[in-house]
Write a protein that binds this ligand. Structure first.
Ligand SMILES: [Zn+2]
Length: 96
């Protein structure tokens, strides 16, 4: 095997690895999307969207929020849960 072929083979391997990683990532994202969709079908709020405190009320859901807080507004049946920080919101989504 010449030096060129060897190098080429390594490049192809690297490309294959990247491609496989991208596929795995795509599959993981699809699985996560399907999982969340299944939860929503069962009436479980996945807290996919929130409105945060911005110092004034633009959306009715912002009424009563304190600095740093946000409220779930997902879909038409969002749970309206108030999160005290972004960390709390993220933790709630990760706990689903
Ligand atoms: Zn929610």
């Amino acid at each position: 095997m010449s030096y060129f072929e060897d190098d080429y083979g390594t490049d192809m391997e690297a490309i294959e690895t990247l491609r496989r990683d991208a596929d795995l990532e795509q599959a993981a994202m699809e699985r996560e999307g399907n999982r969340l969709a299944a939860l929503r079908r069962r009436g479980i709020c996945t807290h996919g969207s929130v409105v945060g405190y911005v110092g004034k009320v633009i959306y009715p859901e912002q009424e009563g929020l304190k600095p740093g807080q946000s409220r779930c507004t997902e879909g038409t049946n969002g749970c309206k849960r108030v999160f005290n920080s972004d960390e709390e919101w993220v933790a709630a989504m990760e706990a689903l």
